[in-house]
Design a protein around this ligand. Structure first.
Ligand SMILES: [Zn+2]
Length: 240
């Protein structure tokens, strides 16, 4: 079974064909049939021939399969470190056979939590709505996204997020595709939608600028790893 080594938000990988036989680690574990992980102390000095790569950059360095496997293992490790004690009574949790954990004192159970988020390409007369999020690097623009609230359908979230972030109403909300987004435990669900009414008015909190962009006049956009880029590429292919 393959082993991935994590240190903070980085994956530690060999520069060439170095073999790491024994290294100090603070935790280890496995998902049966998937892989194993070792967790290193943050910022510890690495042995000769090894380097730390940010988890988000692993796709470019090692490919899609390694990216997916490393992030799945990381999400499991992260969940386990957050479920050591029962959230109801504070007793130490125990593993169950089905990958969940159970509190022996009060019976509370815990399973890996996934936080769904929507991401949506809104179109108006052959133009695409793109926004600049304050957290984005540089001048990068993207389609808008947001987390699903308790009690909402995914379509409700699409309408609410767009209204909150840029002040417009949308219609014809249509499923596009999804992508696991383990930073740390999300699932991005992609949609297409059409402008219905209203003028763009950004919330100023998350989004500091947004506009309608024609395919031939796009700003800087995300790389090919993300579903946001797939949504933008889909818009381009249908409008040029
Ligand atoms: Zn308990």
């Amino acid at each position: 079974m393959e082993t991935f080594i994590f240190m903070g938000n980085d994956v530690v990988i060999p520069e060439e064909s170095s073999c790491l036989t024994d290294i100090d680690h603070v935790s280890s574990g496995e998902i049966q049939g998937v892989g194993r992980w070792l967790e290193l102390r943050p910022n510890m000095p690495l042995p000769e021939g090894w380097k730390a790569v940010p988890r988000r950059a692993l796709w470019e360095v090692m490919g899609e399969r390694a990216f997916a496997m490393a992030n799945r293992l990381y999400a499991e490790m992260d969940w386990r470190s957050n479920s050591v004690f029962c959230g109801r009574c504070g007793s130490p949790m125990e593993d169950m056979q089905d990958r969940g954990r159970r509190c022996p004192s009060c019976g509370n159970t815990s399973y890996p939590v996934i936080s769904p988020a929507i991401i949506v390409a809104v179109e108006k007369e052959g133009k695409l709505l793109l926004g600049h999020n304050k957290a984005f690097p540089g001048k990068r623009y993207s389609v808008l996204a947001g987390f699903v609230d308790l009690g909402e359908s995914l379509e409700d979230t699409v309408r609410r997020e767009i209204k909150e972030e840029v002040g417009i109403e949308v219609c014809d909300v249509e499923y596009f595709g999804s992508q696991s987004w383990p930073f740390p435990r999300s699932l991005m669900v992609g949609f297409r939608a059409r402008w219905l009414s209203g003028e763009i008015e950004v919330d100023g909190l998350e989004i500091d600028h947004a506009d309608w962009f024609a395919p031939e006049g796009l700003p800087e956009i995300p790389g090919s790893v993300s579903i946001s880029r797939r949504l933008i590429d889909d818009f381009i292919s249908r409008n040029s």
